[in-house]
Design a protein around this ligand. Structure first.
Ligand SMILES: [Zn+2]
Length: 167
């Protein structure tokens, strides 16, 4: 049963990543340190965390593994196609107002809603975060081109060949 569940999960990740790559040449993601996300309370095998429900830890590690796989699939499928995956710094993407740039935890008091405490801009929280991620990717391109002009390494062509850019 576990293998069957894992196969279904994996199949889903392949279907979604294939669909995204089919319709997009450039995909921008947050550079999440997925392996670190489960560390908090779970501890390690040698030094397990206390008072942590085993099932919650297991679910979290399955989720982290799924994200990691998903990003890997996106990256190699884009590479086969000649597209690129851009990874941006995830810091404050969900707390930053896309309209005025104000950063505050109070901008996102609810999971789904974003409301800027400074300018009053309201939006779906994921949509606001996605726009911040996209904006950072734009800055990544400009930085690459500026570095190229200054004769530094990491030229855009090089980044394209490696199929991903991390900023
Ligand atoms: Zn604002």
């Amino acid at each position: 049963l576990h293998k069957r569940k894992a196969d279904i999960r994996n199949d889903f990740l392949h279907q979604v990543s294939t669909l995204l790559v089919k319709n997009h040449d450039v995909i921008v993601i947050e550079d999440l340190k997925v392996s670190n996300m489960s560390k908090s309370a779970k501890g390690t095998l040698a030094n397990p965390g206390k008072n942590v429900k085993a099932k919650a830890g297991l679910n979290r590690s399955i989720l982290n593994e799924a994200w990691h796989k998903f990003f890997t699939y996106l990256e190699y499928k884009l590479k086969l196609k000649g597209g690129i995956l851009i990874k941006v710094n995830p810091k404050h993407t969900s707390q930053t107002c896309i309209k005025c740039g104000h950063i505050s935890k109070d901008n996102r008091k609810e999971q789904e809603r974003f409301k800027c405490v400074k300018c009053g801009y309201e939006a779906n929280a994921d949509h606001n975060a996605a726009q911040n991620i996209l904006r950072r990717a734009g800055l990544a391109r400009i930085t690459c081109q500026a570095n190229l002009i200054r004769g530094r390494q990491q030229e855009p062509a090089e980044a394209y060949n490696s199929s991903s850019i991390v900023v």
